[in-house]
Ligand binder design. Structure first.
Ligand SMILES: *[C@@H]1O[C@H](CO)[C@@H](O)[C@H](O)[C@H]1NC(C)=O
Ligand SMILES: *[C@@H]1O[C@H](CO)[C@@H](O)[C@H](O)[C@H]1NC(C)=O
Ligand SMILES: *[C@@H]1O[C@H](CO)[C@@H](O)[C@H](O)[C@H]1NC(C)=O
Ligand SMILES: *[C@@H]1O[C@H](CO)[C@@H](O)[C@H](O)[C@H]1NC(C)=O
Ligand SMILES: *[C@@H]1O[C@H](CO)[C@@H](O)[C@H](O)[C@H]1NC(C)=O
Ligand SMILES: *[C@@H]1O[C@H](CO)[C@@H](O)[C@H](O)[C@H]1NC(C)=O
Ligand SMILES: *[C@@H]1O[C@H](CO)[C@@H](O)[C@H](O)[C@H]1NC(C)=O
Ligand SMILES: [Cu+2]
Length: 571
């Protein structure tokens, strides 16, 4: 009896030891429950019912290590169909967990449940998660922080404190109603009523004083801010009064450090900065305001603030009221030079090599557009009785309805998509010049571009002056890419490649196309699946500014799409 039990516990101990070792080797498994639920949120003197995760706004911060696995059970207790996207996670061979509705999965219906299961493979830094259904991501989002594997550290001095800093956008309405109105009228959707930092507008807005976000610091310490632009439709400038920032990472890839007074960040992007509290102990505003790149287009011109507060500072002035912080200087809303100069400073610490030989040389125009209506109508309230639209290479992307593209691919369902997305514009024109009005209306279609497994891809994303030039933050799912070049005007295929940076280009998952210019990216198609590429301004994706890649399987199981998980939602 005694002997038996000793044996048993020995066995158990051995088993636990093995399990523990396996755990260290393979990373931890994190289980989370996300309940999407209507929540009353009070901002700007009003209460709105909006969707949140677990009643939290912003949603829960996920903290994991490189190599860990996440298992997130999502229950939809709201009234809208929804899916969640783990923005920037590569999801190797696992497009099933990527999330964009009607692309890799059908949305989770009200009352439904779906469990996302994925592993972080060779990624470190700041990413985030958000709804990928209509405009639900306006309130359904949160940070996803990936720490280095236990035992390793950052390639920079370890900060004493870290904070996620999520920039957002707030409407005094249910954002789904704002979208609904725009879809009906064909006009541009209403601009937001406020920007937010960690879901708080800050004290430059009405009724926001006592809830302003505070970042406490000790004098002399260096903190890490994990800045995420979760705003729906706006690039933002961000600055801290009297403090410089040192950029060390973007989109979960480390960069060569550089110092700046201002950050420009597009929706979808993340930027990690170190800030040293080297100023007289006091309270300093951190502020964000619009970088609005499209001339003549309405935008929310308000400013959100948070406060960097030195703990040692007397928080109260002599008369007992808090010290009024000073505001940082922010660039003008149309300061494209500052926006471009900031972006131009990024340099990679590339562990991975830039592909030099290119197999797929793609050229995509990024266009807004207009659909003419024969006569004025309630449904044509865009400029001159039109409806807005948008396209890439003149194809306005249509999301399927009855199934997702990935499910259709897997089940061989015909008629859901085609693979004839054009590799170059069907028509050449002076892209950034005065584009003839007759070219403004695109085709509609669910067109994919097929890539062979392992092929080396270059894409030049060319902004156009259809309706207006504008900086579009382009996001590619399932990949990050080298940003090898950028320029003004029309891309010149004979001259411009000579200036490409093939030595230390930055690596991103979202990159702006400078207004009236172009950007060139490269990647190796090593992740089979269906991967959406789209503008991360939700107003534009809704108009069709998207396309998708179908990356074919390679040889063998390890280079092929995994089997679908159980209980994939049905449409
Ligand atoms: C949009 O703005 C207009 C004008 O301010 C207002 O009348 C309308 O109710 C707004 N619509 C939504 C859905 O917020
Ligand atoms: C924002 O725009 C409104 C409307 O055009 C204008 O009245 C206001 O002065 C602007 N505010 C700022 C801070 O630029
Ligand atoms: C930005 O807009 C202001 C008007 O608000 C204008 O005076 C200025 O020239 C513009 N700057 C640029 C660089 O376009
Ligand atoms: C409306 O059409 C006229 C004439 O074609 C053009 O000059 C004007 O710029 C258009 N307005 C807008 C807002 O597009
Ligand atoms: C653009 O072209 C239209 C018609 O083709 C012409 O009326 C207009 O003057 C041109 N604008 C510029 C700035 O060249
Ligand atoms: C739309 O209308 C404009 C003038 O209002 C015209 O120049 C253009 O050719 C029309 N586009 C189409 C596709 O019919
Ligand atoms: C886009 O396609 C439509 C329909 O074929 C055509 O009328 C239009 O000129 C095209 N525009 C461009 C920029 O290729
Ligand atoms: Cu866009």
């Amino acid at each position: 009896m005694e002997l038996h039990s000793t044996h048993c516990s020995l066995f158990l101990r051995l088993f636990l030891m093995l399990a523990f070792t396996a755990c260290l080797a393979n990373g931890e498994i994190h289980h989370h429950q996300f309940v999407i639920q209507p929540t009353a949120v009070n901002r700007l003197c009003q209460t709105q019912q909006v969707m949140t995760v677990n009643g939290q706004f912003p949603g829960p911060t996920l903290q994991v290590h490189n190599g860990d696995t996440l298992v997130i059970k999502v229950t939809n207790a709201g009234k809208y169909d929804i899916s969640l996207h783990w923005h920037g996670v590569r999801q190797m061979r696992n497009p099933w967990a990527d999330g964009p509705e009607y692309v890799t999965q059908c949305p989770i219906k009200p009352g439904g449940t779906y469990t996302y299961r994925f592993t972080i493979e060779n990624q470190e830094g700041t990413l985030w998660w958000h709804a990928h259904s209509k405009w639900l991501r306006a309130t359904v989002y949160g940070a996803l922080i990936i720490y280095p594997k236990p035992g390793s550290s950052y390639p920079f001095l370890k900060p004493t404190r870290e904070f996620p800093l999520l920039l957002g956008e707030w409407w005094n309405r249910d954002p789904m109603q704002v979208l609904r109105q725009a879809m009906i009228t064909g006009a541009a959707p209403n601009i937001s009523d406020a920007y937010t930092i960690n879901a708080q507008p800050g004290d430059l807005y009405a009724c926001s004083n006592k809830d302003t976000t505070i970042f406490p610091v000790e004098a002399g310490e260096t903190i890490l801010l994990r800045i995420i632009n979760a705003a729906l439709n706006q690039q933002l400038f961000f600055a801290i009064a009297n403090h410089q920032m040192t950029v060390v990472e973007a989109d979960a890839v480390y960069t060569k450090p550089f110092t700046t007074n201002v950050v420009m960040i597009g929706p979808g992007q993340t930027t990690n900065v170190l800030v040293t509290a080297n100023q007289p102990p006091s309270r300093y505003y951190m502020a964000a305001t619009a970088y609005a790149s499209a001339p003549g287009v309405a935008f929310d011109n308000t400013t959100t603030t948070a406060i960097l507060e030195y703990k040692a500072a007397a928080c109260k002035s002599k008369n007992g009221s808090p010290i009024r912080p000073i505001l940082p200087q922010l660039p003008a809303w149309n300061d494209t030079n500052t926006a471009n100069a900031f972006t131009a400073q990024f340099r990679g610490l590339s562990k991975g090599k830039v592909p030099l030989e290119i197999h797929e040389n793609l050229f995509f125009t990024i266009n807004l557009g207009q659909i003419n209506c024969s006569r004025p109508s309630f449904r044509c309230q865009g400029p001159n009785n039109t409806r807005f639209t948008a396209s890439m290479n003149n194809v306005s992307f249509v999301f399927p309805k009855g199934t997702s593209i990935l499910q259709a691919l897997y089940q061989n369902t015909p008629g859901v998509f085609t693979t004839d997305f054009p590799p170059v514009p069907p028509l050449q024109f002076d892209y950034t010049g005065n584009v003839s009005r007759g070219l403004w209306t695109p085709l509609r279609g669910t067109k994919l571009y097929k890539l062979k497994f392992g092929s080396h891809v270059q894409i030049v994303l060319q902004n156009t002056n259809i309706f207006t030039v504008e900086d579009h933050p382009m996001h590619l799912h399932g990949y990050h890419f080298f940003v090898v070049g950028t320029g003004k005007g029309n891309f010149d295929p004979t001259r411009d490649p000579a200036n490409f940076n093939l030595v230390d280009p930055p690596v991103r998952n979202t990159i702006g196309t400078t207004p009236g210019g172009w950007v060139a990216i490269r990647f190796v198609a090593d992740n089979p699946g269906v991967w959406l590429m789209h503008c991360h301004l939700d107003v534009h994706i809704g108009w069709g500014l998207a396309m998708a890649f179908l990356v074919e399987n390679g040889v063998g199981k390890l280079n092929s799409i995994e089997a679908p998980p159980p209980q994939l939602p049905q449409c």
